[in-house]
Design a protein around this ligand. Structure first.
Ligand code: F6R
Length: 243
């Protein structure tokens, strides 16, 4: 595992954006796994700027997002499809038909999960999976539990995750969906490389557990210790408790 510690959120974003840009330049038809949340907003802005400056093209790139809430339409401003359009897809030269966000809109979440896995397989798998880190160690919406879920599946969100995300909903926690569809830990571990971005002192304790604690499904991201190609980009605040 490679750990890069940067002085600030802005430099964390730039380093992570450069990793993605390098891959896209080397392999213009690559497949990216993408994340939402506050942490990657800066790196998406950097990628948009690179594209506007003519330094980068997403014309042949395929993307698969980690997760999506149940019960929010793609037009809802807190849906992850909306987030991706707003922060990246609407501002770069990507073909939207090649962008995928899980679609938990039908009655059958298991079926939606299987369809998503099949689409990832058909695209030849994910070359680089971008991840943020939840305060409880979640990646995607894989919450702490007694096992590592393998495939894309439906989940009930924990009160901690709903509380953390409620800051983004105008109506507070009551508006935060209770369920989501997420790539599984096995889906994430099948990516050929992983880029984990972590920012702020509020994530310092969990980052230490993830990188230096035991590998356990109670800290889902700890499984990344077993992935052969992981880069962690953390700002100094997030890295402050690492040994
Ligand atoms: C988002 C996702 C989540 C977030 C995590 C951290 O697609 O899968 O696991 O990465 O909740 O969110 P932020 O960056 O807002 O702290």
């Amino acid at each position: 595992m490679e750990l890069i510690v940067t002085p600030t959120y802005e430099s964390m974003s730039r380093v992570a954006a450069d990793r993605i840009a390098e891959l896209v330049r080397a392999n213009p038809a690559c497949t990216l796994g993408l994340a939402t949340g506050s942490t990657p907003e800066g790196l998406y802005a950097d990628l948009v700027a690179d594209c506007a400056a003519g330094k980068l093209s997403f014309a042949e790139v395929t993307t698969f997002n980690l997760d999506e809430y149940c019960g929010l339409s793609p037009e809802h401003d807190q849906s992850y499809r909306y987030f991706m359009n707003h922060h990246l897809f609407d501002h770069v030269d990507i073909d939207k038909a090649r962008t995928h966000v899980p679609e938990p809109f039908g009655a059958d979440l298991a079926e939606a999960g299987e369809a998503y896995e099949a689409a990832i397989d058909q695209a030849g798998g994910v070359d680089l999976q971008l991840l943020g880190l939840g305060h409880n160690g979640h990646i995607g919406f894989n919450e702490p539990c007694d096992f590592f879920p393998a495939k894309t599946h439906g989940v009930v969100l924990t009160p901690m995750t709903r509380e953390a995300n409620s800051r983004l909903f105008a109506g507070g926690i009551d508006e935060v969906p209770t369920e989501a569809l997420t790539m599984g830990i096995g889906t994430i571990m099948a990516a050929r490389s992983v880029l984990l971005v972590v920012s702020g002192e509020g994530k310092a304790a969990i980052l230490r557990e993830v990188l230096q604690g035991p590998v356990t499904p109670q800290v889902p991201a700890s499984i990344l210790q077993f992935h052969p190609s992981v880069t962690v980009v953390a700002d100094e605040a997030a890295a402050s408790l690492l040994a």
